[in-house]
Design a protein around this ligand. Structure first.
Ligand SMILES: CC(C)(COP(=O)(O)OP(=O)(O)OC[C@H]1O[C@@H](n2cnc3c(N)ncnc32)[C@H](O)[C@@H]1OP(=O)(O)O)[C@@H](O)C(=O)NCCC(=O)NCCS
Length: 167
């Protein structure tokens, strides 16, 4: 299995994997595949990696810029991350997350945020920082991975693509 950047022609498979991964999940509204499409259309799919083996594309992860209320730059959001349902639990998601974080470091990112399971993301160094928050969500589901420098205080907003608009 290899992890590689998204290439032209991967779009449909990425959409299918994302839709299938989140299908039926009670924490999902089943629109995550559209977030990826909107990020791509907005040219804000900063990092888009696929996991691929002889069966084709079996996993995908996206990173995109987030906005901090204090105006700090170079912060990114992780997600969506998806592994084909019949291939989950094999370590593919972990490899996608680790590769993505390494790419963020290469880009000089200050840090990364994620909304997701507090059981999953601390394995990759994500944690809670009281000063940097995400509105309208129980605090345990919002986690931060500082990569350079201190964690600023403020409120985080994901890319508009996460809220139904590519603007
Ligand atoms: C979440 C997801 C990407 C993880 O990928 P995966 O290939 O199944 O995960 P891995 O096999 O690499 O497991 C990584 C670790 O996370 C744990 N883990 C996996 N999915 C988890 C979940 N949903 N909640 C909590 N822990 C989880 C595993 O137990 C494993 O821990 P371990 O290394 O201590 O054994 C995948 O299960 C998926 O596509 N789920 C549906 C979509 C989704 O929920 N995406 C994330 C939204 S925040």
């Amino acid at each position: 299995m290899i992890i590689r950047p998204e290439q032209p022609g991967d779009e449909e498979a990425i959409g299918e994997i994302t839709e299938a991964a989140f299908a039926g999940k009670d924490y999902s509204d089943q629109t995550e595949h559209r977030i990826v499409t909107r990020l791509r259309a907005a040219h804000d799919l900063t990092i888009s990696l696929v996991a691929e083996d002889e069966e084709g594309i079996i996993g995908h992860i996206a990173f995109s810029p987030v906005t901090l209320s204090g105006g700090e730059k170079d912060w990114y959001g992780l997600g969506p991350v998806s592994v084909r349902p019949d291939r989950q639990g094999e370590g593919i998601g972990a490899r996608l997350i680790r590769h993505g974080i390494a790419r963020l470091r290469d880009l000089g990112a200050q840090g990364c945020v994620v909304v997701g399971s507090p059981k999953l993301y601390p394995k990759f160094g994500f944690g809670h920082h009281a000063g940097l928050t995400y509105p309208d969500l129980p605090a345990e589901y919002f986690m931060i991975l500082p990569l350079r420098g201190p964690v600023p205080s403020g409120i985080v907003a994901f890319h508009p693509a996460f809220y139904g608009s590519a603007a």
